[in-house]
Design a protein around this ligand. Structure first.
Ligand SMILES: [Zn+2]
Length: 371
């Protein structure tokens, strides 16, 4: 914006005026682009993080939602095909190991990826405790590169299913709205790991002008947030493989994105989310559906943003209530719910009920993400 305004003034013929245009305001440089950390163990290990909205052959939002069983099954086919094409390219380019992590979370207790169809030399990341895919796999000397597959544009970009983190959320770091791909890049940047590859719709391609070293494959053209113009799927898959192969070849030229603290972190909500409940709370910097805070580093910014997302998404229940009010069965459900709320209060007040302790992670259970 700052560079555009002086040009507009010149265009209006104000150029004769003697006063030089004000220099752009000096801002602290908090983002740095660096060369990737060297591969210390001699094993070129790549993490593939997949989402599920930017897949080839996909133009129906029900395909990434576990609640729509039939369409979701189609989405899983698109997913395993795109992911396997990328993995094949990574190995062809010289990767020694490829691990895959589920960055989507469709609501399925199992990974969205069909594991019996996963490229045989690749492994899915499992842990014995729930973990946060964007931040808990970041350790120095483990991964040498990250490839993101099936990603989407950020909130407000009219991309296919465009959003940031979850429905109705926009995330800004130092006043710049970022995509999930950039969130991943900043997180892995802490360990010197670059994002070298991404796939998604044309709107994501435009968003990622911030990361010009990325090998990007356009899987489809968004025509609205819920519709897309598809490209022939085998053509896209061939490109996914070729681009992933190239990405490995030029890993040394890729950039690590580092963001230093203090970081100004902002979350902005749009429907169905809202942050309005925080208006007027002392100590909270709330304005126009946005909350801003200063974080000492990326982790603190991320943690704070996630907590605020938790607040903003409580507004989803308005849609539920609207929906329930519109039918007799729904209204009946709402009045039972109200009785339950009152019952819970009276039970707690009488000492008849105490909240159960949070369930510990199950022994022997494997987790593929936060749930
Ligand atoms: Zn996503």
């Amino acid at each position: 914006m700052r560079t555009v305004i002086p040009l507009m003034i010149l265009g209006l013929g104000v150029a004769d005026c003697q006063a030089p245009p004000a220099p752009p305001k000096e801002e602290p440089v908090t983002e740095r682009l660096e060369a990737p950390a060297p591969d210390t163990d001699g094993i070129l290990r790549v993490l593939v993080l997949h989402d599920m909205e930017g897949l080839s052959g996909q133009d129906d939002p029900r395909t990434f939602d576990f609640d729509h069983k039939d369409r979701y099954a189609e989405g899983r086919e698109h997913l395993v095909g795109d992911v396997n094409s990328v993995i094949a390219g990574l190995f062809a380019g010289g990767a020694d190991e490829v691990q895959v992590v589920d960055g989507h979370g469709s609501g399925n207790p199992e990974p969205d990826l069909l594991l019996d169809r996963l490229y045989s030399r690749a492994q899915m990341v499992f842990r014995d405790k729930p973990f946060r895919q964007y931040v808990d796999l970041v350790e120095p000397g483990v991964y040498d590169a990250v490839a993101v597959v099936g990603m989407h544009a950020k909130t407000g970009r009219r991309g296919f299913a465009s959003h940031t983190y979850t429905l109705g959320i926009e995330i800004l770091l130092n006043d710049r709205a970022i995509t999930e791909t950039e969130l991943v890049a900043f997180s892995f940047g802490r360990a010197g790991v670059p994002v070298i590859f991404a796939s998604g719709d044309d709107r994501l391609g435009a968003d990622l002008a911030t990361m010009p070293w990325i090998e990007f494959v356009t899987t489809k053209k968004a025509t609205s947030a819920s519709t897309a113009e598809l490209r022939p799927q085998d053509e896209v898959r061939a490109e996914l493989e070729a681009a992933a192969q190239r990405a490995i070849g030029k890993r040394g030229e890729a950039k690590v994105m580092r963001i230093e603290g203090p970081i100004k972190a902002t979350i902005r909500a749009v429907p169905p989310a809202s942050l309005q409940v925080l208006e007027g709370v002392p100590g909270i910097d709330y304005k126009d559906e946005s909350v801003t805070f200063l974080a000492k580093d990326f982790q603190e910014a991320y943690d704070g943003l996630i907590e605020l997302i938790g607040v903003a998404t409580t507004n989803y229940s308005r849609v539920l209530v609207e929906n329930l009010r519109s039918s007799p069965e729904g209204s009946k459900f709402l009045s039972e719910y109200n009785d339950q709320l009152v019952g819970r209060w009276l039970d707690v007040e009488s000492g008849r009920w105490t909240p159960p302790a949070p369930e510990p992670p199950l022994e022997g259970q494997r987790y593929h993400g936060a749930r």
